[in-house]
Write a protein that binds this ligand. Structure first.
Ligand code: PMP
Length: 429
């Protein structure tokens, strides 16, 4: 890693922190700088090859450098950069998204997930005339001011007196007033949500949730939970917002709302639908989104919908629709989950593997399965760090918090290689 080590020193002089937070947060053994990716593989500046299950934090659902995406971006870019709407391709993209996303009627595009979340919250407030939001412990909705409060920082009461080992000090740059905008509850407890909504509904503009909790663990909603949220929102005129930044087009065409058959009022898409090119969408029914049409909510952005990013989205959706890689991604993902579970059993390691095929999480815990964020706090993060480092040193990249993403480019051999390597690493822990 000598080239990477030299680049880190160079980067530190001009880039705050030198590298993104992943390296620092999860004690990776080395800060690695990459040169390129191809299919399921990633290559670093020292010439090392990695089998990649991080997929650039999820978006590369077709794998690295998918030829159709690259060609499409290249072709549309040659037409010049057309920004901020007013080109045919943007309409085509919205029409396609409407076709594929169950709750979609009209939408707006912006640059990243965080901005689209911000817009959804504004729409909910403008429509309802209420000010507060209900969100859930351990869910991540981006890095903008108001949603940063509460990420990974449940109350002392929620922690039952335990020290939270992973409290991020990032709240220091946030305005204090935004702290009170949210009610924060543990996830997957419908009775508690009901109780809270009954008490606070006159102030509540929206309930925002990841439909699958995948920023801390990969925790599925309890049976009937999402429908329960839907019913409560209907009863009290509250917006139900699904943050599908991770789940959108990853767990199925159209996202978790297709998978679970529960439709939100507003939803956020980013990451996978454009193979990670900087475009996101806030999608919803006209009965909510009309506040944008009527300019009661400002939504702008000079660089929204550049034709390069719209081209990436159109090409990605075209491939997903035509090739329908989901069945294969589920099969390969499940095979790897089983391989990891078997390796853990054989080596007597308390590693649990949870989630769906296209994405799942590994954690070292004595719990058989996790139900909410509080359960994730019981997991052994130091051991997970050693596992991730061991995988990395043997050429396999997994997201530091234990999340694995499968792409359409992964092969049977990739899955077998990963399971065999994990067995080796687990044995060495
Ligand atoms: N919501 C969720 C569920 C996310 O996982 C993320 C990013 N990981 C975001 C919002 C923020 O998206 P972005 O990083 O594109 O701003």
């Amino acid at each position: 890693y000598t080239q990477s080590a030299a680049l880190l020193e160079r980067a530190k002089k001009v880039l705050a922190g030198g590298v993104s937070s992943e390296f620092r947060k999860y004690n990776h053994p080395h800060a690695i700088f990459y040169t390129h990716g191809q299919g399921s593989r990633l290559y670093d500046v020292d010439g090392n090859e990695y089998l990649d299950f991080t997929l650039s934090q999820g978006p590369l659902i077709l794998g690295h450098s998918h030829p159709h995406v690259l060609q499409s971006v290249d072709a549309y870019s040659r037409e010049g950069q057309l920004f901020a709407g007013q080109h045919l391709k943007e309409i085509e993209l919205a029409e396609k998204m409407n076709e594929l996303i169950p709750s979609a009627e009209i939408m707006r595009f912006c640059l990243d997930g965080s901005e689209a979340v911000q817009t959804a919250l504004r729409v909910a407030r403008a429509k309802t005339g209420r000010k507060k939001f209900l969100r859930f412990e351990g869910h991540y909705h981006g890095w903008l001011d108001n949603v940063c409060w509460g990420i990974s920082t449940p109350s002392a009461e929620a922690l039952g007196g335990r020290e939270e080992p992973n409290v991020y000090p990032w709240t220091q740059g946030l305005p204090e007033r935004t702290r009170d905008e949210f009610l924060i509850l543990p996830w997957n407890d419908l009775a508690l949500v009901k109780q809270t909504v009954e008490k606070h509904h006159e102030d509540l503009a929206a309930i925002i949730t990841e439909p699958i909790m995948c920023n801390n663990g990969c925790i599925l909603p309890a049976e009937g939970y999402l429908q329960g949220l839907r019913d409560l929102c209907d009863q009290y005129g509250i917006a139900l917002i699904f943050d599908e930044v991770i789940t959108g087009f990853r767990v199925s065409l159209g996202g978790a709302q297709t998978y679970f058959g529960v439709t939100p009022d507003l939803s956020i898409f980013a990451k996978a639908f454009a193979s990670g090119y900087p475009i996101s969408a806030i999608v919803g029914r006209r009965s909510w989104m009309h506040v944008i049409e009527e300019a009661k909510v400002i939504h702008a952005g000079t660089m929204n919908t550049s034709n390069a990013t719209v081209a990436a989205a159109l090409a990605t959706l075209e491939v997903l629709e035509k090739e329908q890689p989901y069945e294969r991604m589920y099969r390969l993902g499940r095979k790897l989950m089983e391989g990891l579970q078997q390796a853990a059993a054989e080596t007597s390691q308390n590693m649990t593997v949870e989630g769906l095929g296209p994405m799942f999480n590994t954690a070292f815990t004595d719990l058989e399965s996790m139900h909410d964020y509080r359960d994730t706090l019981l997991a052994d993060k130091a051991k997970l760090g050693r596992f991730i480092a061991g995988m990395h040193n043997r050429g396999i990249r997994v997201i530091g918090r234990g999340l694995w993403y499968i792409s359409a480019a992964h092969t049977e051999e990739d899955i077998e290689q990963a399971a065999a390597t994990a067995r080796e690493v687990l044995k060495s822990l």
